[in-house]
Design a protein around this ligand. Structure first.
Ligand SMILES: *Cc1c(COP(=O)(O)O)cnc(C)c1O
Length: 432
C-alpha cells in the first residue's frame, strides 16, 4: 500500500519528515465534490470550513476544474518578464469592481500584506515624508512572514522570532480614542481587518471604521484593509469594506480569490500606486497564468452568475437557525460574523476543540479558534440543504450535552469522547 492509500503511512511520514507546526486532526482527504470532502476510506464530510475560506466555489467546481485543466495543458508559468493575458484580465476585473485603480499579484495573504506594507512606506518615501509607522490592532492577524508577524497584534506569533521588524504599534480594536492617540507625525498607515477572523470572528463597529477613515483623511494617513479572509464575496458583498460605507487606500486579498489555487493580490488607488517604481517590488510566481485563470473563474461567478445572492440567502438561513439554537441552548454565548464567515462562541468551559472533534465524528468540518469559539467559512455556493445538514448535526451534539458533556475536563472521562469508528461510517456511506 502506498502513502496515498494508507492513512497510517501518511501520518508516519508526516511525523517523520514534516516540520511539526500544524497538529492536524486525525484524517486525510483525497477527493472533494461540491461542499463535501472524502477521506482515504471513502467516508464523506460536509466541509463547513472550506480550506479556511479558500474553496470559495467548493471542490471540483466544473467551471474552475475545466478552465484549470485547459490552462495546465497550455501554459502554467512563464515569468513576469512578459505580459500575461490572464493577469491583465484579472487585474481589470478586480479594479473594475472595487475602489482600486492598480493591482499587484502574489501567492498568499502574507505576501499580499507584505506588498501593502512596502507600498505604504514607499509612498511616503517618494513623497519625501518621514513616515514609516504602521498602527495595527491587538488580536489582529496578518500573516507569518517577518513583516506580517510584526504587523500582527498578538505577541505569541512574534515572541520566538525577535527582534521583530520595527515601526509597528498595536491598539485595542474598536477603540477609536486609543487609535487617535497612537498617531504621530511619523504614522504612515493604519492597517485593519474588518472582521478579525483568526482571533474569533470579531466584526469592527461601523462607527469605528468611519472615524478611522475620517482620521486618516485628516492626517494624510493611508488606510490598509486586510481582506485576505473577508474579501471575494465572503461577507455577502464582493469586498467587506462595502458593508462599512468606506473605501481603503490599499487592500490585500488572497484566500478565496483562487478558489483553492494559491494567489494573493494587493490593490490600491492611483495616488498610492506611486509608492512602487519599476524594480521596487516583484515576485517569481505571482500573477502566473494558472493562478490568474483560477482568479478569473472565481470573479466570473460573481460578475456573470450572481454568486453574491446565493451567499446572502444561505447566510440568512444559517444566522436564523443559529439564533434559534442560541435561544434553545444556553451554552451558546454568541453568534457573530457576516455572510458566510461565522463565529459561534460557547460559554466558558465548553471546549471548542472538543466540539470540533465531535462534529468531525459526525462528518462535519469546522475550525476551532481560541478556547470556546468555532468558525465556519463554507464554500460560497453551499446549498440550503447542506446548511441544514450542518444545523442538524450541531443540534444533535448540543442535545447530547447532558450525556456527553462538551467541557475539556469531561473529555478525560472514559465515556465522554468516543473515538470515530471508521468502519461504521463506511457501511453507512454504502447504504446511502
Ligand atoms: C489567512 C490570513 C492571512 C495570511 O494569509 P496566508 O495565505 O496564510 O499567508 C493574512 N490576513 C488575514 C486576515 C488572514 O485571514
Amino acid at each position: 500500500m502506498s502513502v496515498y492509500e494508507d492513512f497510517n503511512l501518511t501520518k508516519d511520514f508526516d511525523k517523520d519528515y514534516c516540520l511539526q507546526v500544524f497538529a492536524p486532526l486525525d484524517v486525510a482527504f483525497i477527493k472533494g465534490k461540491g461542499s463535501y470532502l472524502y477521506d482515504q476510506s471513502g467516508r464523506k464530510y460536509l466541509d463547513m470550513i472550506g480550506g479556511i475560506a479558500v474553496n470559495s466555489l467548493g471542490h471540483n467546481h466544473p467551471a474552475l476544474t475545466s478552465a484549470l485543466k485547459k490552462q495546465v495543458s497550455e501554459l502554467i508559468h512563464c515569468s513576469n518578464y512578459y505580459y500575461i493575458p490572464q493577469r491583465s484580465s484579472l487585474a481589470y476585473k478586480l479594479c473594475r469592481y472595487s475602489f482600486a485603480d492598480k493591482c499587484f499579484f502574489s501567492n498568499s495573504g502574507a505576501e499580499a500584506n507584505e506588498a501593502a506594507i512596502k507600498l505604504a512606506r514607499g509612498y511616503f518615501y517618494y513623497k519625501g515624508e518621514d513616515r514609516y509607522e504602521i498602527i495595527t490592532a491587538k488580536m489582529s492577524f496578518h500573516g507569518r512572514t517577518m513583516g506580517t508577524i510584526a504587523a500582527t497584534g498578538q505577541e505569541k506569533f512574534r515572541k520566538p522570532f525577535e527582534p521583530n521588524l520595527p515601526g509597528f504599534k498595536y491598539v485595542t480594536y474598536n477603540n477609536f480614542d486609543e487609535l487617535e492617540e497612537a498617531v504621530t507625525p511619523n504614522t504612515a498607515a493604519v492597517m485593519l481587518e474588518l472582521i478579525q477572523g483568526e482571533s474569533g470572528v470579531h466584526p469592527a463597529d461601523r462607527e469605528y471604521i468611519k472615524n478611522v477613515r475620517k482620521l486618516c483623511n485628516e492626517k494624510g494617513i493611508l488606510l490598509i484593509i486586510d481582506e485576505v479572509q473577508t474579501g471575494i464575496g465572503r461577507t455577502g458583498r464582493l469586498f467587506c469594506y462595502e458593508n462599512y460605507g468606506i473605501t481603503p487606500d490599499i487592500m490585500s486579498l488572497a484566500k478565496g480569490l483562487g478558489g483553492g489555487v494559491p494567489i494573493g493580490a494587493t490593490l490600491c488607488t492611483a495616488k498610492v500606486a506611486s509608492g512602487f517604481k519599476v524594480g521596487d517590488h516583484g515576485t517569481t510566481f505571482g500573477g502566473n497564468p494558472l493562478a490568474c485563470t483560477a482568479g478569473n473563474v472565481v470573479m466570473d461567478q460573481f460578475i456573470d452568475k450572481d454568486l453574491l445572492s446565493t451567499v446572502n440567502k444561505t447566510s440568512s438561513l444559517l444566522f436564523a437557525e443559529l439564533q434559534n439554537l442560541k435561544n434553545k441552548y444556553s451554552t451558546i454565548a454568541s453568534v457573530r460574523g457576516m455572510g458566510l464567515l461565522i463565529g459561534i462562541e460557547f460559554t466558558p468551559g465548553i471546549s471548542a476543540s472538543l466540539l470540533r472533534e465531535r462534529l468531525l465524528s459526525e462528518g462535519v468540518l469546522v475550525s476551532a479558534i481560541g478556547t470556546s469559539t468555532i468558525r465556519i467559512a463554507p464554500p460560497l455556493n453551499l446549498s440550503d440543504a447542506d446548511a441544514k445538514v450542518f444545523i442538524k448535526k450541531l443540534t444533535k451534539i448540543l442535545k447530547d450535552q447532558k450525556k456527553r458533556p462538551l467541557s475539556e475536563t469531561a473529555a478525560y472521562g472514559s465515556t465522554a469522547l468516543e473515538p470515530v469508528k471508521r468502519e461504521d461510517h463506511i457501511e453507512k456511506e454504502l447504504e446511502e
